[in-house]
Design a binder for this molecule. Sequence first.
Ligand code: GUN
Length: 304
Amino acid sequence: MPRLPGNVIDGKKIADDIRTELKPRLTRLADAGVVPGLAAVLVGENPASQLYVKMKGKASEEMRMSHWTIDLPADVPEARLLQEVGRLNSDPKVHGILVQQPLPDQISVDRAVSAVSPLKDVDCFHPVNVGLVLIGRPRFAPATPSGVVELLTRSGYDPNGRDVVIVGRSNIVGKPLAALLLQKAPKANATVTIAHSGTRELAAHTRRAEILIAAMGSPRFIKADMVNQGAVVIDVGINRIHDPSAKSGYRTVGDVDFDAVRPKAEAISPVPGGVGPMTIAMLLSNTVLAAEMSSKAAGAASAP
Ligand code: GUN
């Protein structure tokens, strides 16, 4: 089982396995003259967003996929951003497009995600793709949620029939993850609770979880007394906290108080090295899928 010492789930190893599994698909595409390409639109100079986009580009390069970053200033008008997305939509070399969030206030997240062609929407944020996930016919798998599902199943924890509690109701993680885990399908079929900032008696819910998923963006919020003995704990949080002892002056921690929760957990994912690498692997996987779909469509179009 891909575990680090003790009960720590090794997200890097599982993400590497997923990337390795993409290689034969990349070879088939290369034989057809197709190199999958991923374009990231980055607005402003948020250091975390800059780092994520850089990591996505590096991962694409390692897989010999094309990538582009479209850097826009923090005060870019929404119309200009939508125009850039439109240009990427019509570029045949670009198979996947993502608009990194968060976005500045002058830009509507709804309009930005809706502007991306649903066929290039590798984040799976477009309302049509969100709807397809909800009705159990996903075109793309939402990257972080499907990364969580792969992390669980490849570590030997099938959600089938389990009590899963997700803390956090974001459009990026909590809601799409609940939709995936609810499906009557392999790697799913769980009983899902979404808890959030309006939940009364939060700990009463989290303590019932056989699989607890923390995705609310609050550093080390989940304490040991909120976790059932023997639970599997997946930490989606990526928070920067001030740490004068670190060279950079900050430290990255999850939404779970890792050192305190680990002794109670059957298995736990670390931050960093848990869900983060999985998000990137699933994004690459979606970009390969987008390239395959476009190459099939082009083949069909040129058929006699
Ligand atoms: N911001 C935080 N997570 C994500 C993600 O998965 N995709 C994009 N585009 N922005 C994010």
